[in-house]
Unconditional design. Sequence first.
Length: 168
Amino acid sequence: MKCPFCKQDNDRVVDSRVIGEGRSIRRRRKCLSCDKRFTTYERIEAAPRLVVKQDQRREHFNRDKILQGLRFACKKRPISEEQLEAIASRVEAEVFEKYDNEVSTRSVGEHVSEILKDIDQVAYVRFASVYREFTDVEQFGQAIEPLRRSSAGSAEAVLSDQKDEVLG
Ligand SMILES: [Zn+2]
């Protein structure tokens, strides 16, 4: 590695540590020519995952898009921005772990839905309704049926407002 100070290619690694959940390595190096120290980072080259949309167009998987969808679904719900970030990171990790090249928008949506289901039922239905693009009120009704039967009366009230917004 060329020293950024004296430009000589003559250094020794004095410290290495793994960071970013094992995805990169930070190395402290000491230039043997001028004695100055500098830092380098090594990252695993991750091939981008392509998301295949319903019309077959493909685009790079984008964590921010997941976050946008989550923000919409969790609007006015008791879920912090920190939690949303954590969900997005988890989905990103799952996508990179389970798919080598391509993944459908639907599968990505399922991953998000599965996580949301355990966190907030209202957010879950909102999110699922957008991802699955419910074609009629009956399908939507089936998805919210478990909520009606549960004691979450407030959830139902929120959903009846949401229904127009989502389906409209
Ligand atoms: Zn140097």
